[in-house]
Design a protein around this ligand. Sequence first.
Ligand code: NAD
Ligand code: UDP
Ligand code: UDP
Length: 322
Amino acid sequence: MHDRKRVLVTGGAGFLGSFLCERLIRDGHDVLCVDNYFTGSRENVQHLLDDPHFELVRHDVTFPLYVEVDEIFNLACPASPVHYQFDPVQTVKTNVHGAINMLGLAKRTGARIFQASTSEVYGDPDIHPQPELYRGSVNPIGPRACYDEGKRCAETLFFDYHRQYGVDIRVARIFNTYGPRMHPNDGRVVSNFIVQALQDQPITIFGDGTQTRSFCYVEDLIEGFVRLMGAPRGVTGPINLGNPSEFEVRELAELVIALTGSRSEIVYRPLPTDDPTRRKPDIGRAREELGWEPTISLRDGLEKTIIYFDWKLSERRVSPPA
Ligand code: NAD
Ligand code: UDP
Ligand code: UDP
């Protein structure tokens, strides 16, 4: 018999959340999507609204939520520096109070709970690539701290609820992920470069562009989420999920220009404070414990993402590409 679960996805109307809701419905579950629409939108889940197995609720996770569910994916939190620095206090509250409320809910209902943590818990790392045992190099009082330290505190809460109350937790440390349905003004590097390239506007490289990131395509990442949530009891993480292929930001700019055939020039802007210089996941644990690794190359993923933004930027009001 199929094991249909009632699954809560917080931040479900955001970029990653919308793909996760879609995947969970495809896998035969009932999805309750909760979002305050700070960076997400109904439009991201428009195609799911008529599905009887999908329910959308406007709610802010910093307030308590009483629902009956079997599993919780806690994704609610702005992910782009531009957005999480817009209201840093609210970012900390979302990370900390949001985690407490969702853990309280998991404790009461006995639901398994997944936390979307981040590679930012490693800060500006002094070891490379970053394994889960690395404890990070984070500035607790800088402009990124509301996010980095908020996520670190959320991890602490997850492990304390696990040790103290036996809550069944899954903590994923997500590295830079991109794909369709990122907001055109999201501010993260992949969406910025594609939007700029498609409009033949200058491509803004922060710093000299030699800083590195490792970019994972959204569908690969969601497969990792599902595997971590489905892993046997006791697999708590933290577990790195990301693509270990590392690129310099300037290489990304060149690839986007080549794939879009853009006439954009490259311009250089100051590097933001505390911007990490290198980032690449060690995914040994994910390979071993989940049998997971990314399958989609940056070139292939960028092509799919460019098709989406090309549609999004055009005035045509037709269905988004599949
Ligand atoms: P996103 O901004 O597109 O989605 C976040 C969603 O959370 C949005 O729909 C937003 O409206 C919602 N939200 C924010 N505050 C909320 C609150 N207080 N109550 C209810 N909903 C709230 O970002 P994303 O890329 O989809 O990221 C999803 C999660 O994954 C975040 O927790 C983020 O920290 C984490 N993450 C993402 C990446 C990445 O590269 N995309 C990397 C590391 C971690
Ligand atoms: N909570 C919630 N939904 C629930 C159960 C709890 O939102 O179904 C919230 C509740 O508001 C509380 C938080 O989760 O503030 C932490 O719950 P916990 O049981 O750990 O703490 P307590 O209620 O004892 O403060
Ligand atoms: N970046 C850039 N131009 C942009 C946006 C970002 O050069 O228009 C750089 C940014 O300084 C960082 C990298 O790209 O070094 C990744 O930035 P993003 O905001 O996507 O993610 P994060 O810094 O959180 O990894």
